[in-house]
Design a protein around this ligand. Structure first.
Ligand SMILES: NC(=O)c1ccc[n+]([C@@H]2O[C@H](COP(=O)([O-])OP(=O)(O)OC[C@H]3O[C@@H](n4cnc5c(N)ncnc54)[C@H](O)[C@@H]3O)[C@@H](O)[C@H]2O)c1
Length: 384
């Protein structure tokens, strides 16, 4: 059987992770990449040993050998690039958030449906084996009725006023920053585990650092070393947000997100309190999950392929005690996407484990409602 041929647009921080994950599958080949210009494309192609380098993304999309395109560019390019990929009839795996807002995301979803392609959005955290196991356990009723869902996603990579990145600029990142960038992951995780939709939100944002120094080096997660020449920029988006949430079944909860909490790197956690017990999971120790009981001892479950339910075992490989983590979630997500594609499945007939443009649109609706709630200081219903 021929390998599936893939092209990647954008090979910065996350594009490099896609390269790594794709190469672990075995049944796909990365045949081309596209970058912001030809010089960069050729440098990246040489670094990654990818045969074709395009300095202009439409050339990659229209390369007749490319069957699937990954879009790993900044958010403001998602609509135009994704539209061209879909109109070319190619399957698409896009980075999150799907678009800059609800309207853009809806356009992409409608177009993807019309062209009958397989579409994925990289909400990778749902692909931790223990998250898939938690989802399964909740569906089996092991937790009982879901009562409260809460947690946070805290980082410190924008802690200093010298930390700068395209995410600071709303024209590139979107109207929200912490919420759109990492709050979107939290909402996807909460909805994936519980199987419930967030129906109403009440939010409060804070721009903790009102002015930032923008210099040349603004790569994602890189410390800014070049302070000889910088531009002082007023910050318009939130460094921190707190959000109260209601779910469709009447359950309630809250979450906070931050990019300025010193010492918190990728502190992404969720706790689901049910009528029988509690599950708590933290991404930084993603191979473990805490189970809380009112009567009887609490427990910590270690990821172990033999102890996960059968449906989740395809998302874990290493024996218990041999840690799996963040990079493995990319492999799991991409593997689920390409297996679905290879088996000729149809998103309209079967809901996959990976997030599709339906989920990308759904999360965009929540993010927009959160932004509106902060602006107006009121509870806002999520309109889907
Ligand atoms: N799933 C996750 O956990 C996760 C993590 C990080 C980033 N992301 C998402 O991935 C996307 C990229 O983020 P990043 O942190 O990798 O950004 P980045 O700045 O590190 O990389 C972006 C890349 O896109 C390239 N690019 C810019 N314009 C281009 C163009 N016109 N044609 C081709 N390439 C172009 C840049 O040169 C750069 O290599 C964002 O949408 C972000 O939200 C997702």
């Amino acid at each position: 059987m021929d390998k599936i041929k893939v092209g990647i647009i954008g090979t910065g921080f996350i594009g490099a992770v896609h390269v790594d994950a794709l190469r672990r599958l075995g049944f796909v080949d990365i045949v081309a990449l596209a970058e912001a210009n030809q010089e960069l494309a050729q440098k990246k192609a040489a670094d990654f040993m990818i045969p074709r380098a395009y300095g202009n993304f439409p050339d990659l999309i229209h390369d007749p050998d490319v069957q699937v395109v990954h879009n790993c560019t900044p958010n403001n390019l998602h609509l135009s690039i994704n539209t061209q990929i879909i109109e070319a009839g190619k399957h698409i795996f896009s980075e999150k958030p799907l678009g800059m807002n609800r309207d853009e995301s809806q356009k992409m979803l409608e177009l993807a449906k019309k062209h009958h392609i397989v579409h994925g959005v990289n909400f990778n955290y749902r692909m931790y084996p223990l998250v898939q196991d938690m989802k399964w356990k909740v569906q089996q009723g092991e937790l009982g009725d879901i009562r409260i869902v809460h947690g946070s996603y805290l980082q410190d990579w924008l802690f200093y006023d010298t930390d700068y990145n395209w995410r600071i600029e709303p024209e590139i990142s979107g109207k929200t920053r912490a919420i759109g960038d990492i709050g979107s992951h939290w909402c996807d995780l909460a909805q994936t585990i519980t199987g419930l939709k967030i129906s109403e939100v009440f939010a409060d944002f804070s721009t903790v650092i009102p002015f930032r120094k923008k210099s040349q080096n603004t790569e994602t997660f890189c410390e800014n070393q070049d302070l000889a020449a910088y531009e002082e920029k007023e910050v318009q988006t939130e460094d921190w947000a707190g959000v109260l949430i209601h779910f469709e079944n009447g359950a309630k909860g809250l979450f906070s997100v931050s990019e300025v909490c010193a010492g918190r790197k990728c502190y992404f956690n969720i706790e689901v309190n049910g009528s029988k017990k509690t599950y708590f999971w933290n991404q930084e120790e993603g191979d473990r999950m805490w189970v809380g009981h009112r009567s009887g001892p609490n427990a910590v479950i270690m990821r172990d392929p033999h102890q996960l339910n059968a449906g989740c075992r395809r998302y874990t490989f290493a024996p218990g005690g041999h840690p799996e983590g963040w990079l493995d979630t990319f492999k799991n997500n991409i593997q689920a996407f390409y297996t679905f594609l290879q088996e000729g499945k149809n998103i309209e007939q079967e809901k996959p484990d990976f997030a599709t443009f339906y989920d990308g649109y759904d999360i965009a609706c929540i993010v927009d409602a959160i932004a509106e709630s902060h602006e107006k200081g009121i509870w806002v219903k999520v309109i889907r």
